[in-house]
Design a protein around this ligand. Sequence first.
Ligand SMILES: CC(C)(COP(=O)(O)OP(=O)(O)OC[C@H]1O[C@@H](n2cnc3c(N)ncnc32)[C@H](O)[C@@H]1OP(=O)(O)O)[C@@H](O)C(=O)NCCC(=O)NCCS
Length: 160
Amino acid sequence: MPARSMRQAPDEKLQVRAVRRGDLPEVIALDATVTGLHKADYWQRVYRRYGVAGQGLRHFLVALIGKRVVGFIIGEVRDWEFGSPPCGWVFAIDVDPRVRQAGVGTRLLAAVRERFERVGVSLLRTMLASDNQQILSFFRSQGMRAGRLIPLELAIGPGQ
Ligand SMILES: CC(C)(COP(=O)(O)OP(=O)(O)OC[C@H]1O[C@@H](n2cnc3c(N)ncnc32)[C@H](O)[C@@H]1OP(=O)(O)O)[C@@H](O)C(=O)NCCC(=O)NCCS
């Protein structure tokens, strides 16, 4: 179901724009505060894939208050996978813990949604860990509900 009831965030000082290479150290640091991992190589790869040559289908956006990066979101239009018409996937969102619950996440999701809609996408999708109540509560607040896809997984490799 398309997320049609996203709230408007009130904070006018907040800016959302495409990521720039110079934002990466702050993105890496923000991710590290949440995950405890400093994944510089990973973020360089994400930047090359989503931050540069997106052709309107890949989006890596940052939220700034003044010059400080306070959040990011990454999403991509994927078509005809899982038998599905083109839809917009959000696969990463993170907001600086110091500015949470002030509308930053809402603004980031609205910005990526708008970019998906510009290319004709009418369905937004994401996945989340079943025990992550915070992110579930956030996505539900944006109007997102359980969809018709079911994730399946299998542990593979040595020892399985
Ligand atoms: C989830 C997250 C992105 C929300 O960002 P945010 O800027 O705080 O979100 P908003 O201020 O726009 O919140 C919108 C609504 O989401 C819900 N929400 C947000 N944080 C919540 C929390 N901690 N508990 C319950 N509901 C919450 C509320 O309904 C909120 O509306 P309200 O402020 O009127 O109550 C942020 O908490 C975060 O970065 N979490 C850690 C990252 C993470 O787990 N990412 C998932 C892996 S990709």
